[in-house]
Design a protein around this ligand. Structure first.
Ligand code: PEP
Ligand code: MG
Length: 897
């Protein structure tokens, strides 16, 4: 095992496939070097070392905090391997680390196997001290440049390695504060306006601050600097923001990060120097154009940090045409090589282009679809590969609402459209406030001068993000795009005072003041900001999505249905490609205001005759509901689930409602109150609900089935093709279903009145016992539909209504990998489902099996259903396209060797 791998000088000890060991950045630096691209030489310390250090560090300090010393905890060979690798970099660059006349400077960067942009730490210009700074000045013939590098290095190193930083979230960074003071003293507007002398003064003040804050001088020894930086990068793997990011993106905490040590190239040597980031296609729209930003005479972090507003890459063609042409060539070469849109980091030193990073670019859902479809059109990908490039969950964004153009208000401000979609919310000014407000159930927008990776938890909690600074590739933009959240950056008229909890938009001699809690609307697709809430409208689906969906439908085996109770939902779902209704919850029809009184009459009726009289009032309304649904779903199956919730949910609660029901039924208010008390259950989720209602009051299901049958025959007479499927909920013993089958068959046959409409009768499987005795239940069922909401609830013994109070903490602490009500639990609930499918099909081969719990639209759960041999999944209308893609991906991944 070699712990250090070299790259540069036209060769590399590794390739892009080695991401697990070299991290994404290291693996791709190696790949670029081996392709002969201009990559400054360097080496990668493998993730293996990070894992060793973490493991031993845990033993030393169980809190896992300060002990990340790689020399003390890393493998014995590490020191020697690093020294040898450093020597090779020295040879290739003809410099020496710490040399007083020709010093090598390096960058030390993190690079995890999975991309975690901006989450971990980086140090530039390492190797500078009071001696080497003079040599650097002499070599560059530029005093100012050398001292600028030095002051940057001290600030970065002190923050990252020595922990000298702002004391609170709102407080100013101590080094920024010193720098601002020196700028004021020297009447410098911008950092670039500071003279070498002023920068020298800055360095002295920075060092004094380090001494004050740490009680020790800033380290002069370059070797100590290097090992300190390596340890800090390892430690940053465990910093809170990296931890939040990993949890959000399902990245394992045990992988560890690699460390890349690379010879510095300088974008800040003069006006023929620049640094920038570029995407080979537009990451917001997917348009094929070199897209990005650069800053002349600057270092890399300036672009990402959003301190100066960068220029669009097209400008580079005018400023540095040769370097721009070379960038265009390299960008095309890399995109063709990786067959995907690349996100590049580059530096131009004295007109010469250097590549510092390439990776598959993060993109919006819209760009994801367009790039995949375009790459197929360009002959670079096969349709199957394009489908495997689609993250189904990300399609959500394409389906997001936008501001209605017909009722678009006047914007109050405009910034860069960093991440699309529209969001309305109450504004807050710190990440913590966003978190707290969101926990109280508020929809918030995080409004800041700029965001830093520390803000990630607030960005996660917010519906949208607005910043005064930053560009399209600033931290806020990259992270928001990854999250699929609406984001506007560089809104220059915005002023934020986080401490006072106020903000304002300044322009045209006017100022519009805002305070915490005020409502704004953001349009992340145009960059416009509106005061108050603007009218939104549903997403517009582009032609690329249509093309993608055609491929998807060729590859998938699972059918995709929808959960819909209303004609509107059914129509939306059909437009998204739903192939039927998998769950129509009839109780939602009972809750409508004009019907609730009849339902209540039914519940409080003392006998069957009374219940039938009340049900007779509901019958025509139910029939009309089903007629509408059958019309919308012409030719497609419609699964109608009979009444499921406990009856007391329908009962009156307020005194006025009780009085009204008393008056209608001729009972007294006291009698009604007693009835309510009688029906109230200690544990209604496990009570008198589902099929249990019909075992005690069969007439409820009988009348519902009559309404289905009459609606079906009416539609058939209109020439429509109807496929009603009657579904019985919460079955626990076969006998329940046997009785209901008899009842439903009889009622349906009667209601159809001889019109030949095929119908089926099936059951939900949503109790563990039903899974276990599925073979016997199947004898009375034409189909099974797994109700994984209740099945999760009853398998875990976790209330689906209350678990939200503590489940997030389970997930946060890693006790559970995810919320089992959102992502199907394959080990427990999944095992029961497999048992149920096996049992059901053992007594009824070819039994149709589906799912209608919330998991039916969640990609990994859909893949589970595919593997378990389901016939269909059913999900909410907006998730239908997601489920279709997930189903295709499941089928395609089975094809792979
Ligand atoms: C279920 O339990 O998964 C289900 C679909 O039924 P409901 O959510 O209506 O209980
Ligand atoms: Mg249920």
């Amino acid at each position: 095992m070699k712990y250090v791998r070299q790259f540069g000088g036209g060769s590399a000890e590794g390739r892009s496939k080695d991401k697990a060991l070299l991290g994404g950045k290291g693996a791709n630096l190696a790949e670029m070097a081996s392709l002969g691209l201009p990559v400054p030489p360097g080496f990668t310390i493998t993730t293996e070392v990070c894992r060793i250090v973490m493991e031993k560090g845990d033993d030393v300090d169980p809190a896992g905090r300060s002990e990340f010393d790689p020399l003390h905890l890393g493998p014995d060979e590490l020191r020697g391997e690093v020294e040898a690798a450093l020597e090779r970099v020295e040879e290739l660059t003809q410099t020496r680390f710490g040399d007083p006349s020709s010093p090598l400077l390096v960058s030390v960067r993190s690079g995890a196997p999975a991309s975690m942009p901006g989450m971990m730490d980086t140090i530039l210009n390492l190797g500078l001290n009071d001696t080497t700074v003079a040599a650097l000045a002499a070599r560059a013939k530029n005093d100012r440049f050398a001292w600028d590098c030095y002051r940057r290095f001290i600030a970065m190193y002190s923050d990252v390695v020595l922990g000298v930083s702002a004391e609170t979230e709102d407080a100013e960074d101590p080094f920024d504060k010193i720098l601002e003071g020196i700028k004021t003293k020297h009447r410098a507007q911008r950092d670039q306006d500071l003279s070498a002398e002023a920068l020298r003064e800055t360095v002295a003040a920075f060092k004094a601050e380090v001494q004050r804050a740490t009680g020790k001088p800033f380290p002069d020894d370059v070797t100590a600097q290097l090992w300190g930086a390596i340890g800090a990068v390892f430690r940053s793997w465990n910093n809170p923001r990296a931890d939040v990011y990993r949890k959000m993106n399902g990245i394992s905490a045990t992988m560890g990060t690699a460390v890349n040590v690379q010879a510095m190239v300088f974008g800040n040597l003069g006006d023929d120097c620049a640094t920038g980031v570029a995407f080979t296609r537009n990451p917001a729209t997917g348009t094929a154009e070199l897209y990005g930003e650069f800053l002349t005479n600057a270092q890399g972090e300036d672009v990402v940090a959003g301190i100066r507003t960068p220029e669009p890459i097209a400008e580079l063609a005018k400023r540095l045409p040769a370097a721009h042409a070379e960038l265009v060539r390299v960008a095309k070469l890399l995109e063709d090589h990786f067959r995907d849109m690349q996100d590049l980091e580059f530096t131009i030193q004295s007109g010469q282009l250097y590549m510092l990073q390439t990776r598959n670019g993060k993109r919006t859902g819209k760009a994801m679809v367009k790039v995949a479809v375009d790459l197929v059109a360009e002959g670079k990908l096969q349709p199957k590969e394009a489908v495997m490039r689609i993250d189904p969950a990300k399609l959500d964004e394409v389906l997001h609402p936008t501001i209605d153009p017909k009722a678009r208000p006047q914007p109050v401000a405009k910034g860069l459209p960093a991440s699309p979609g529209a969001a309305i919310g109450k504004i807050v000014f710190t990440a913590s406030a966003a978190d707290q407000w969101a926990q109280k159930g508020e929809t918030v927008l995080l409004v800041r001068t700029d965001t830093s990776p520390e803000d990630i938890h607030g960005m996660k909690a917010a519906a949208g993000i607005l910043t005064a600074r930053g560009g399209m590739t600033s931290h806020a933009a990259v992270v928001a795009r990854g999250m699929g959240k609406c984001c506007i950056t560089s809104c220059t008229s915005l002023r934020v005072d986080a401490a006072k909890k106020t903000a304002s938009f300044i322009g045209g001699g006017k100022e519009l003041k805002l305070k915490e809690g005020d409502v704004l609307t953001l349009d992340g697709s145009t960059g416009e900001v509106f005061v108050g809430s603007a009218p939104l409208m549903p997403a517009q689906l582009g032609s690329e999505l249509g093309t993608l969906m055609e491929w998807v439908d060729q590859f998938r085996r699972l059918k995709v249905r929808t959960n819909a109770d209303t004609p509107t939902d059914a129509r939306t779902a059909r437009s998204f490609g739903a192939e039927g209704i998998g769950l129509c919850r009839t109780e939602h029809m009972f809750f409508q205001p004009e019907r609730i009184m009849a339902v209540r009459e039914m519940i409080v009726a003392g006998d069957e005759a009374g219940r039938r009289a009340a049900l007779a009032k509901i019958l025509p309304m139910q029939r009309e509901d089903f007629v509408e649904l059958f019309r919308v779903m012409h030719e497609l199956p419609v699964t109608i689930r009979l009444l499921d919730p406990p009856l007391h949910e329908f009962l009156p609660h307020t005194p006025a409602e009780i009085e009204e029901l008393a008056a209608t039924t001729g009972k007294t208010a006291t009698q009604i109150t007693h009835k309510v008390a009688e029906l109230t259950e200690a544990n209604p989720m496990l009570g008198h609900r589902g099929v249990r209602l019909a075992i005690t009051y069969p007439e409820i299901y009988e009348i519902q089935v009559q309404a289905i049958g009459e609606a079906a025959s009416q539609c058939a007479r209109e020439g429509l093709l109807v496929h009603p499927e009657i579904m019985i909920p919460l079955v626990m013993v076969p006998e329940e279903l046997k009785r209901m089958r008899e009842l439903c068959t009889k009622a349906m046959t009667k209601a159809l009145g001889g019109v030949p409409i095929p119908f089926t009768i099936g059951t939900m499987i949503e109790l563990p016992r039903a899974c276990v005795v599925a073979d016997r239940i199947a004898q009375h069922a034409d189909f099974f539909s797994f109700g994984t909401n209740d099945l999760t609830q009853t398998t875990f013994g976790l209330s689906r209504d209350d678990a939200g109070r503590f489940l997030p903490s389970y997930v946060e602490q890693g006790v559970l990998p995810s919320d089992p009500f959102a992502v199907l639990d394959p080990d427990g609930v999944g095992a029961l489902i497999e048992l149920g499918v096996r049992g059901g099909r053992s007594s009824k081969p070819g039994l149709k099996v589906g799912i209608c719990g919330e998991h039916g639209g969640e990609p990994s759960s859909v893949e589970f259903c595919h593997r378990a041999g389901f016939d269909y999944v059913s999900c909410s209308p907006f998730r239908v396209p997601i489920a279709r893609v997930a189903a295709a991906r499941a089928a395609l991944s089975e094809e792979r060797p």
